[in-house]
Design a protein around this ligand. Sequence first.
Ligand SMILES: Cc1cc2nc3c(=O)[nH]c(=O)nc-3n(C[C@H](O)[C@H](O)[C@H](O)COP(=O)(O)O)c2cc1C
Length: 181
Amino acid sequence: MMELLTEAKDAFSRSNVDKKHPFRYFTLVTFGEAYPEARTVVSRGVDKALQILVFTDARSLKVAQIQKNNQVSALFYHPKQKLQVRVQGEAHLIDENHQEYATYLHQVRSSPSLLDYTTSQAPGSVLENDAGDITHGEHLHFLAIQVIPHQLDVLKLDRVQHQRARYAQSGKGWIEQRLVP
Ligand SMILES: Cc1cc2nc3c(=O)[nH]c(=O)nc-3n(C[C@H](O)[C@H](O)[C@H](O)COP(=O)(O)O)c2cc1C
């Protein structure tokens, strides 16, 4: 009985090809100094092992938070299917020392979001410019984050019967535990 995992995997693989799929955007949660820190990010791809790829600015707070503690949560929700997937795992920062970086950099260079990574001031810093204009520099502060899942909690609301299961990553695959929804 792995149908909840199958449903989650289906949703992830659809989100890879369908730009309007609700799993395209998700909430990434990191450990902050005083609070858990949640923010919306774009999924740049989820592979068969359910590793999730995110692009970000290397100067953003989330990056510093991950450097301190790489345990993260990711939250996905599909409103029509009433499907919630909670992922707990570890985040890895993929910088220019990684082989894959060149591929991701190429993707970003050929996309309109390039400007997201060239602001003169770091994301989240107080604007120095009174007019509120955002200025850009030469440097590309681009970084990829890969989330490697350890555990999933999948919940499917259904008129007849809600279903929930936890999946823990073992060396060989996912171990399922059905849960009370
Ligand atoms: C629709 C939407 C998509 C976003 N996608 C990303 C993204 O892919 N990567 C990213 O770093 N920030 C993205 N953001 C901005 C983040 O929510 C957040 O404001 C920013 O990354 C700074 O977060 P931090 O200071 O916690 O690092 C997105 C915001 C919205 C509203």
